[in-house]
Write a protein that binds this ligand. Structure first.
Ligand code: DON
Length: 306
């Protein structure tokens, strides 16, 4: 396995077409696009990494997997009255569907859906408490208390909030958001600004690969049914309007972020994190997707086999 990861890193190091680093969040535009990392945490407790796997990066939309898990823990199936669970076929920041569908976002991974999810988590709490809750949960599943928010990234996103603020106002107009728009999107920007390395992220995703149980602690995070459902959503919606393409090429539940990270789950086997900051036109990591495709092909770990 270690040799396989080393080979992927070596092969992709030669690649000159590395995609485009996100610049609509100015703080992300400073990231060096030549960086690359891959980590695997297996359900048996093994850890393999190659590249700069201890370098923290902005997890961005990957955080939506963790806030979905928290919201399901709080609301259970009642969450589905606030957000749907169908692929959108639209870009991550699209507003069009909201008007057609009465302000209810299609799924928890598009921006509108993630904003509705964090609004649900905030119920009965001050924004600061919600942020503490999200960070504690991520630290718990990664078993690492050093994980933090990158406040500069959060501030940078707040300065360029117009698009997400529009989504939030639109949902609020339909009665789908309870809290003050700036408080909700401020919380959302912070969750996206959590900084993690591939090693930390692979560990954090492990409960989804092992029927809801964290490893090596063996502590249950969610039920097996909930782990299966979150994985299904990642497979169908985790890459927005490129989710079909990701399933076709990789065949694993996956969630991308505009920081260039992807978390992919091989159920029963392990959790994979990749990071390459350059994105494709859909906002998903160009070489990160390629690396996962190489991994799936060489291991046969796709949920659909070889
Ligand atoms: O709201 C945004 O636009 C970002 N904080 C997150 C978007 C994102 O990561 C989309 N993923 N590929």
């Amino acid at each position: 396995m270690q040799e396989l990861l080393n080979n992927i890193v070596a092969e992709l190091a030669e690649e000159t077409e590395r995609g485009k680093v996100a610049d609509y969040i100015p703080q992300l535009a400073h990231v060096d696009p030549s960086q690359f990392a891959i980590s695997l945490a297996t359900v048996e407790g093994e850890r393999f990494s190659a590249g700069c796997a201890t370098t923290p990066f902005s997890i961005q939309s990957i955080s939506k997997v963790f806030t979905l898990t928290i919201a399901l823990g709080k609301l259970g199936d009642a969450l589905w009255s606030k957000v749907g669970r169908e692929p959108s076929g639209d870009p991550f920041n699209s507003i069009v569907q909201l008007e057609h569908e009465g302000g209810k976002p299609r799924n928890p991974f598009i921006n509108a859906g993630a904003i509705a999810v964090v609004d649900a988590i905030m119920m009965g709490h001050e924004p600061k408490e919600t942020l503490g809750e999200i960070l504690s949960f991520v630290r718990y599943i990664a078993d690492d208390n050093s994980i933090c928010f990158d406040h500069q990234v959060a501030a940078s996103e707040m300065q360029h909030k117009d698009r997400n603020a529009s989504l939030a106002h639109f949902m609020k107009a339909f009665g789908h958001l309870r809290h003050d728009v700036d408080k909700v999107i401020g919380t959302y920007f912070h969750q996206c600004a959590i900084a993690m390395s591939c090693e930390q992220l692979a560990h954090a995703g492990l409960f989804l690969a092992s029927d809801g149980v964290n490893r090596p602690s063996n502590l249950r995070v969610v039920s097996p049914q909930r782990a299966r459902r979150i994985n299904s959503l990642m497979m169908m919606c985790g890459h927005y309007d490129a989710s079909g393409e990701f399933a076709f090429r990789v065949g694993l539940p996956g969630k991308s972020g505009v920081g260039g990270g992807i978390l992919a789950i091989a159920p029963g086997r392990g959790s994979l994190a990749v990071w390459s900051p350059g994105l494709d036109k859909y906002g998903n990591s160009l070489l990160g997707t390629r690396a996962l495709e190489m991994f799936a092909q060489r291991t046969g770990w796709s949920v659909f086999g070889h």
